[in-house]
Design a protein around this ligand. Structure first.
Ligand code: LLP
Length: 419
């Protein structure tokens, strides 16, 4: 796996050739998110290459990161969008996503949002009996037939943290197979309101074994065969998102988008299906670092702490899921600095406020930079204002094909505020 943020021989951290230290000096003095625009492009291209030869939609899961500039970039690269709220739908429309390449998901979709989805021609996943009822009402209010998929809960264990597992039988999402016939009959009874076009499943997030996707896809195509046998002309298989990334930076080889697509390719082709995928994390997580300043270092009892200006308010994944995100200093440490085991913590008034635990790091100088890696997904989009902290600004590093200062066409990287 390539990381777009790399330590170079001078001991500084770079993002695509730009020193993160230089960015810190150029922008407001507070924690911020720094993205690599070229890495976003590369991630999308990896999926596009993997999908070659299949009819497909890459539905980017907006919940992972809803920055408007990033959304527009993803749309320009050809992505569709996966939405879980009316506001995500409105944002996707404002960013110019083609609504007929968007999927509206969720176990608690509201009628007014479903009406908008129906008007715009978005695919809608049916999640429950009452959801079906609301989709029928929305179709009538909008005066439009809705293209629906059944969200099936295939009861496949994604082997991830329980908070991000969704496709096991006791989860609040989707329809269990024993209820499938009821839903098929119900859809049949609303020929003016609903057109069943496919089946959907989403197993969970941070999945690191592609076999899990293959097992689920095998179950799903069996359902599709059964559904087709009842006369439904369905053509979409949506296998959801969930591919994990290399949070640990240990060089472990994890499945790539190609590995994921290759495990389901034959199943999809053999049934002549269009494949919808819903990646969030694997498109955006590794494109970003959360950049902080060290406020100070302290020791209590047997614990050493690096206290930074960022916190669980801006980045809650470690506190909420005990998630590991790699931490690194932005600049070389002072020459007399010793490596110790530190908890990296913020200034928020509770002990859940940590960004990393037991990290081997050189003691950093006060005011120096420290990054939390892989912060592009579920970090800014889950940020809060707890302790009245400000939601952090976001910048990206991007490529210019003409340098107006030197009047040459030498490539250059610039920083753009993305909000
Ligand atoms: N499709 C559906 C129906 C989903 O529920 C999700 C994520 C995705 C697609 C995108 O999954 P991804 O490719 O990003 O794994 N906040 C948690 C992750 C929650 C994921 C929720 N659903 C975290 O920070 O790890």
């Amino acid at each position: 796996f390539d990381h777009c943020f790399t330590k170079q021989d001078d001991g500084y951290l770079y993002c695509e050739g730009l020193k993160v230290q230089d960015v810190m000096e150029a922008v407001e003095k507070r924690p911020f998110y720094l993205y690599s625009k070229p890495q976003i492009t590369r991630n999308v291209e990896a999926y596009k290459d993997a999908l070659e030869g299949l009819n497909s939609i890459i539905g980017y899961a907006i919940k992972a990161n809803n920055n408007f500039v990033i959304l527009k970039h993803l749309r320009e690269l050809g992505c569709g969008a996966v939405l879980v709220s009316g506001n995500e739908l409105r944002l996707a429309l404002a960013a110019g996503f083609d609504p007929t390449r968007c999927v509206f998901n969720g176990n608690g979709k509201l009628l007014e949002d479903l009406v908008l989805a129906a008007q715009e021609g978005v695919f809608v996943n049916i999640d429950s009996e009452f959801d079906l009822d609301n989709i029928v009402s929305a179709a009538r209010i909008a005066g439009k037939k809705v293209n629906v998929l059944l969200r099936i809960n295939p009861d496949v264990d994604p082997q991830v943290h329980p908070y991000v597992a969704t496709g096991n039988k006791n989860s609040k999402f989707g329809i269990r197979n024993e209820k499938l016939q009821w839903f098929l009959d119900a859809v049949k009874s609303y020929p003016d309101e609903l057109k069943l076009v496919g089946a959907h499943c989403h197993l969970g997030s941070t999945i690191t074994k592609v076999d899990i996707f293959r097992d689920a896809a095998a179950i799903m195509v069996k359902f599709i065969d059964e559904i087709r046998a009842q006369g439904f002309d369905i053509s979409y298989l949506n296998i959801g998102g969930g591919l994990g990334i290399d949070y640990y930076h240990t060089g472990t080889v994890l499945p790539t988008p190609r590995d994921l697509i290759d495990t389901v390719r034959e199943l999809v082709k053999s049934r002549n299906l269009n494949l919808i995928i819903e990646p969030g994390r694997s498109l955006i997580a590794n494109t970003c670092c959360f950049v902080n300043r060290v406020t100070g270092v302290k020791t209590n009892g047997t614990k050493n702490f690096i206290v930074i200006d960022g916190s669980m308010a801006e980045l809650i994944r470690p506190s909420l899921y005990d998630a590991y995100q790699h931490i690194e200093l932005v600049s070389p440490p002072p020459s007399d600095s010793a490596v110790s085991t530190f908890d990296v913590v913020g200034p928020v008034c509770e002990s859940a406020d940590f960004l990393g635990k037991n990290r081997e790091l050189p003691a950093p100088a006060r005011g120096s930079g420290l990054v939390v890696h892989d912060a592009g997904a579920y970090c800014m989009s889950m940020a809060s204002t707890y302790n009245l902290k400000m939601r952090p600004p976001e910048y990206w590093v991007c490529f210019l094909d003409f340098d107006f200062c030197s009047q040459t066409n030498k490539f250059q990287f610039v920083i753009i505020k993305t909000f």
